[in-house]
Design a protein around this ligand. Structure first.
Ligand code: SF4
Length: 426
C-alpha cells in the first residue's frame, strides 16, 4: 500500500495540496481531505473513460490514430489547437510550440471565461495577492457573481472563511459580502447579501464607488440602486463595510465575467477597487475554474507574451481578442486539435457547428461530445492521477501534480511530443 500524504487535487483551480490518497494494488482505495468534487474525480477516475483510439468512430491502434492525426495536421493550412486548461504545463508548452510550428492558432478556455481580466486589467491600477495572504489578512471578503460552495467547495474552509495568522477567530474576524443575481448558501454566512438584477453589476459598482469615494450625489446613487433593484440603505451599509476594511479582497466569477454587459461589469468592478485603494487595501481575484487554466495563461505569457488566443499564421505571434481567439478563427481554420476540453459542449451552438465541419483530432481521457464527433480520438492518461505534471493554483502558485497510479495510456504531453516530432521530421 502507498499513501500520498500531500497530493494535489486536480479538479478546480484551488489545487488543494493536502489530499491524502491511499493506493493499493494500483487502485485508489481511499481519499481524505478532498471535497465531494475532488473525491469523485479521484475515486471515479476509471468511469466513462475513452478506452481505445478511434478513427472516424472505429477502434484503431495508437500508431494508426497518430498517423491519421499527423496527416490531418500536416495537410492543414491553419490548424487550431484549443483547450489546454485541464492538462499540465508541459503539455501546454508542447501544444503552443506545435501551433507555432504549424502556423496555426493556439487558444485555451480562458478566452471564453476570464478573458476580460486580461484585456481590461492594464487600464487599471490593481494589485494581486495570494490565497495565503487572503487567509492570513483579509478582514473583508466579497464574493461577486460566484458561489464557491458549489464551484470551489474548499475555498471557504481553506482560505476565505477560516482562521489566519492575523485573523485568529476566522469568520468572527471577517465580514463576508455577497453580490449575486440569486440567493445562495452564502446568504447564511454573509453579513450583507445584495441580490441584484441580472446584468446590473456595473450600476451597483458605480453606486458603491460614489458612496465609498464620499461626496456622493444621492440622486445618482438612488437611480443606480433602482436600476439594479437594491435598496440605497443596503448599498450604504456595504459601502461602509468595504471602506472600513484593513485588507479586503473581491473574488468575482462568471456571474459577472460572462453576464450580459460583462465588459461594463468587470470594468466597473476594477474601477471600484481602484477607488477603494485610495483609502484602504483591496485586491481583486477572478475565480478560475479548470484546475490548470492559470497554468495555461502562464505558459502562453512565457512562450508568447500574450495570455491566450495567439495566431501564428502570419509567421509571428499575434494576439487580438475579437480576431485571434478560437471563436474568432473557426471560419478560417481548416483542422482542429483539441486537448482536454469539450468545446462541442461548451461553445455557442453556431460556433460548435463550425468546429464540427473540420477534421477534428481530440486528446482526452474521457468519452465526451467532442470525442464522439472526432475524426481521430486519442485516449490519454488522466493528469494528476495517472500522469505527473505541473499546474498553477488560481493565485499563480505552481504545484506538482503526482502520478498516483500507473495507467495504460500515454500522457497528453507524450502524444503531443509524438505529433511534434513527426511534424518536425516532415
Ligand atoms: S476545492 Fe477544488 S481542488 Fe480542493 S478538493 Fe475540492 S475540487 Fe479539489
Amino acid at each position: 500500500m502507498t499513501v500520498f500524504e500531500a497530493a494535489v487535487c486536480p479538479f478546480c483551480a484551488c489545487l488543494c495540496d493536502d489530499i491524502v490518497v491511499q493506493v493499493e494494488e494500483n487502485e485508489i482505495k481511499d481519499v481524505r481531505n478532498a471535497c465531494a468534487l475532488g473525491m469523485r474525480k479521484l475515486l471515479s477516475y476509471k468511469e466513462n473513460r475513452l478506452e481505445t483510439p478511434l478513427v472516424r468512430g472505429e477502434a484503431r491502434g495508437y500508431e494508426d490514430a497518430l498517423k491519421e492525426a499527423i496527416e490531418i495536421l500536416k495537410g492543414a493550412d491553419k490548424p487550431l489547437i484549443y483547450g489546454l486548461s485541464s492538462t499540465g504545463c508541459g503539455a501546454q508548452t508542447v501544444a503552443l510550440r506545435l501551433a507555432r510550428r504549424l502556423g496555426g492558432v493556439c487558444d485555451s478556455t480562458e478566452s471564453l471565461c476570464h478573458n476580460l481580466f486580461h484585456t481590461l486589467q492594464p487600464e487599471f491600477n490593481l494589485f494581486y495577492t495570494t490565497l495565503d495572504d487572503v487567509k492570513d489578512k483579509a478582514d473583508v471578503v466579497v464574493f461577486w457573481g460566484c458561489n464557491p460552495v458549489h464551484s470551489h467547495p474548499r475555498h471557504l474552509s481553506k482560505f476565505s472563511y477560516s482562521e489566519g495568522r492575523f485573523i485568529p477567530k476566522g469568520i468572527t474576524d471577517r465580514e463576508i459580502v455577497c453580490v449575486d443575481v440569486v440567493t445562495s448558501e452564502l446568504d447564511k454566512i454573509a453579513k450583507w447579501f445584495l441580490r441584484i438584477r441580472p446584468g446590473k453589476d456595473a450600476a451597483v459598482c458605480r453606486a458603491l464607488q460614489a458612496l465609498v469615494g464620499g461626496g456622493a450625489a444621492m440622486k445618482s446613487v438612488k437611480a443606480l440602486a433602482e436600476e439594479a433593484g437594491v435598496g440605497v440603505e443596503d448599498l450604504s451599509r456595504v459601502a461602509e463595510t468595504l471602506k472600513n476594511a484593513s485588507f479586503g479582497v473581491i473574488f468575482y466569477g462568471l456571474g459577472v465575467a460572462a453576464s450580459e454587459n460583462a465588459r461594463d461589469g468587470v470594468a466597473a468592478l476594477f474601477s471600484l477597487v481602484e477607488t477603494l485603494n485610495e483609502t484602504t487595501n483591496f485586491a481583486i481575484f477572478p475565480m478560475k475554474g479548470h484546475f490548470n487554466v492559470v497554468g495555461a495563461v502562464m505558459t502562453f505569457l512565457r512562450e508568447t507574451g500574450f495570455p491566450f488566443g495567439v495566431d501564428f499564421s502570419g509567421g509571428v505571434a499575434r494576439f487580438e481578442p475579437g480576431k485571434t481567439t478560437a471563436l474568432d478563427v473557426l471560419e478560417s481554420c481548416d483542422a482542429a486539435l483539441i486537448v482536454g476540453a469539450d468545446p462541442l459542449a461548451s461553445f455557442p451552438k453556431e460556433k460548435a457547428k463550425l468546429l464540427r465541419k473540420m477534421p477534428l483530432i481530440v486528446l482526452d481521457p474521457f468519452e465526451t461530445l467532442t470525442v464522439e464527433a472526432a475524426t481521430v480520438a486519442i485516449p490519454t492518461a488522466l493528469t494528476g492521477v495517472e500522469a505527473e505534471e505541473t499546474a498553477y493554483r488560481m493565485d499563480c502558485l505552481p504545484l506538482k501534480l503526482e502520478k498516483l497510479v500507473e495507467g495504460n495510456m500515454p500522457s497528453d504531453m507524450e502524444v503531443l511530443l509524438r505529433l511534434q516530432d513527426n511534424i518536425e521530421k516532415a
